[in-house]
Design a protein around this ligand. Structure first.
Ligand code: ATP
Ligand code: MG
Length: 576
């Protein structure tokens, strides 16, 4: 490809709304173009890289025995009514109507569509197991689209759905997908970690997220250097330490004027924060159900993990929101800044398990400017639910081995999930076994954010000058920079090198533009092609400059050696 003919549009200026390297560099390199908030198009180089990522995904899915199909992005509301999700999905679901007023949505995911497809064709155990996938455009009307391709409203996902006759079969399908994902992200060059993740109220070891490690990532993962525990902090279990034996002291009310925070009251009473109880007040509002208040309590020095609270209450995530303190005060007796478990009424009380054995704690007295000391569970208050509500933080004990955990940030690029029979039961997708008995299909679902993966790669592979594509996903492998296109000797050598590289399977961009060398070098660095071969003054002697984008010295090589080096490197790395 000649750069002079290419639809190439690099920008010198950093677009104002772009805050993170991948967003800035993908826009600056002209690989993507913004059309509206969270909506992007892909220009020639961007499309090429996207194709490469898609093909890696495709090859690994095919190798794992999954079969590719392509379903529509437009989905009829009836299927979502059947699964029960039309009313619970919330505002992320991009709802549309046709000219007759019929409801549809632009699919954010395809469980309903695949379940519907399979229920109409699968009737016997002999047709199982089955794994179908697609690489397709998804729509989610995200509350805060940002970071370019990382959280967009239109994006490309690979989604696969497996159908098995039982949970053992699902375990096998799940493992195949887990292994395929490991291969996909390795081939893309990503530093990543598969981590156990939250699988909602069903619990169990039913989901993993594949997290590309990177500081700007929105996911937080906890892991242990001593054992192989790795989980999202949302999911990570917190094992309570055994509380020391202590006699229960008499409950006492204390005047604690103006001490609205845990820190204030702990300082005022001269207590460590670990001897206090923190209250968090919520309202649960589920569609078509009576709203109710929730008071959750954790130790003063802990953070509450809302995912654990949502699971304990067994409500959808969207239903939980902080309560309006005044309204909740009237209904339940809580008092802003002075709420404790004693004196509350008409709300669900959820208590972190650690508080049950801890003795003589300090808690708000549900009365302005007052706290209780020597509060003890069982004697002074009870809970509707006792469960682990804690967020695991850096230095907390590993739930598996007890050593201090570490926390890292990352980008969720994929997820594998055991759905079980949730959709097959709701939508009546059944098969018959050997004895003509009917059973619901046991399902798994598996997503890869293809466009998000592209951004994650840039987050991990860039420097101040631009992108540094790994060979496996680079839009072109080699940039042949022709310094003086008017010079027939230079031009002839650059053409020859390009032709030889292409003959040996390399993808080459020949920068034959009538631009200053500085401009060309800057552009080629920004665009991030792995290998640069510069044809300049020494062309008459058959000598060129050979340089890798990832670093290392510039070498002067004969044109033949430069081609040889380039081909060796490309062949070693093109599969990732
Ligand atoms: P997140 O928690 O980041 O919103 P999710 O858990 O909602 O993601 P899934 O429903 O599991 O995501 O979707 C599968 C994959 O699709 C994710 O692992 C991610 O890579 C990608 N993805 C999800 N939402 C977006 C988005 N708004 N923009 C780009 N990619 C996305
Ligand atoms: Mg999401």
């Amino acid at each position: 490809m000649r750069a002079s003919k290419m639809y190439l549009n690099t920008l010198r200026e950093v677009p104002a709304e772009a805050e993170i390297p991948s967003h800035i560099l993908l826009l600056r390199s002209g690989m993507i173009r913004k059309l509206a908030a969270g909506i992007y198009g892909f220009l020639p180089l961007g499309r090429r890289t996207l194709n490469k990522i898609e093909n890696i995904v495709r090859e690994e899915m095919d190798a794992a025995g999954a079969q590719e199909i392509l379903m529509s992005a437009v989905q009829p509301a009836e299927l979502w009514e059947e699964s029960g999700r039309w009313h619970v999905y919330g505002n992320e679901l991009w709802r549309i109507k046709d000219r007759n007023g019929r409801d549809f949505c632009l699919g954010p995911t395809h469980e309903e569509i695949f379940t519907d497809l399979v229920r109409s064709n699968i009737s016997s155990y002999r047709q199982l197991p089955l794994n179908l996938y697609q690489i397709q455009t998804k729509y989610r009307d995200e509350a805060r689209p940002r970071f370019g391709l990382i959280r967009s409203r239109e994006f490309i996902m690979k989604d696969a759905y497996s159908f098995d006759r039982d949970w053992e079969g699902l375990d096998e399908s799940y493992k195949q997908m887990y292994d395929a994902y490991t291969k996909v992200f390795t081939r893309c060059g990503l530093q990543f970690r598969p981590v156990e993740s939250d699988s909602g109220a069903i619990g169990g070891n039913n989901s993993h997220e594949f997290t590309a490690l990177c500081e700007i990532g929105e996911s937080e993962v906890a892991f242990c250097d001593n054992c192989d525990m790795a989980a999202t902090t949302e999911r990570a279990e917190f094992k309570d330490a055994v509380a020391p034996e202590e006699a229960e002291l008499a409950l006492e009310k204390k005047l604690t004027p103006g001490t609205k925070t845990i820190e204030d009251v702990a300082n005022f009473l001269g207590l460590p924060q670990s001897r206090t109880i923190k209250a968090l007040l919520y309202c649960v509002t589920e569609e078509e159900k009576e709203p109710y208040y929730v008071a959750a309590f954790v130790r003063g020095d802990r953070q509450l993990n809302e995912t654990k609270l949502v699971n304990a209450l067994n409500v959808p995530e969207y239903a939980l929101a902080f309560a309006n303190e005044e309204a909740m005060g009237e209904a339940t007796g809580c008092v802003g800044g002075f709420t404790g478990p004693i004196g509350l009424h008409d709300c669900r009380v959820v208590v972190d398990s650690e508080l049950v054995s801890a003795k003589n704690l300090c808690a708000g007295a549900c009365e302005k400017d007052h706290h209780y000391i020597n509060v003890n569970y069982g004697r002074d208050y009870k809970a509707d639910i006792v469960t682990d509500l804690k967020l695991l933080q850096a230095g907390d004990p590993c739930p598996c081995c007890g050593k201090p955990v570490r926390i890292a940030r990352g980008i969720e690029v994929g997820q594998v999930f055991k759905l079980g029979t949730k959709y097959s039961e709701a939508m009546h997708a059944y098969f018959k076994d050997e004895n003509q008995q009917e059973h619901p299909l046991v399902m798994g679902c598996y997503g890869i954010g293809v466009t998000r993966t592209m951004a994650a790669i840039v987050e991990q592979y860039h420097d101040d000058n631009g992108i540094i594509w790994p060979v496996s996903v680079a839009p072109y492998h080699v940039a042949v920079v022709l310094l003086k296109p008017q010079d027939p000797v230079q031009a002839a050598l650059a053409e020859k090198i390009t032709a030889e590289l292409e003959a040996q399977g390399a993808e080459v961009i020949l920068d034959d533009r009538d631009e200053r060398p500085g401009v060309k070098f800057k552009d080629m660095d920004l665009l991030g092609f792995p290998i640069r071969i510069t044809v300049g003054k020494k062309a008459a002697d058959g000598i060129v400059e050979y340089k890798l984008r990832r670093g290392g010295d510039m070498q002067e090589l004969s044109a033949e050696d430069a081609v040889k080096e380039a081909i060796t490197l490309i062949n070693a790395e093109r599969r990732g």
